[in-house]
Write a protein that binds this ligand. Sequence first.
Ligand code: 13P
Length: 256
Amino acid sequence: MRIHPIIAGNWKMNFTPSESEVFVGKCRNMLLDIERSQVIFCPPFTGLERAKNALQGSTHGLGAQNCHWESKGAYTGEISLEMLIDIGVQYVIAGHSERRHIFNESDSWINRKVKAILNADLTPILCIGETLEERNSGKTEQVIQTQLNQGLNGVPDISGIIIAYEPVWAIGTGVTATPGQAGEAHAIIRQTIRSIFGADNVDALRILYGGSVKPDNAEALIEIPGVDGFLIGGASLKAEDFSDIAHIVEHKYLRN
Ligand code: 13P
């Protein structure tokens, strides 16, 4: 089965609403020939609506960086899925390492979010990945398995979920996983998903790599078996870089 790759830009806390609209418009013009890959823009909450305006009539996707699992109520500062759906959001990132480590999100919270996103008929992008300390103490496999088992607890079926492997030590550091490290982690993820859900649907599962993806390393990273696209931070804030990476991914798909 041929999997259509994904190039997702996680803008984190960058760009005002006006900047979001201009930036998406600029990227759109640079991505006119991207037809086989799914491009997804993930602005901050405040930029979603303006980004959506700039995406009218295109096939690119719109994603949020977070959500709350409850549909409404006394949760000061939180955003519900109903609010995101009203804007036209299709994807929601859950469990990003910055939310796990800076905001202390637990696997059980992330699990509630994943289930709520699925119940809302949106697509979760579940982020997992080990810290440097965990890698150096030989715990990478265990961390990946735990985050998947707990993050997906009670989820009936893996179809409709995107996984992003983002080793914490590679995020925003300029250090990328080597092809061996990324390939091994992606294989562990696929094997773990197979053991939780059975072999069905696992072939269609898309596992993205994230962590210092740039135009000059994207070619090597997308060649790694089991890497089905990227979740990009810093380089997704520069239209030229984001476009270059999208073209590298698209060309790899067309070549195969
Ligand atoms: P960088 O590409 O800036 O390392 O960020 C990766 C990331 O966290 C994407 O979610």
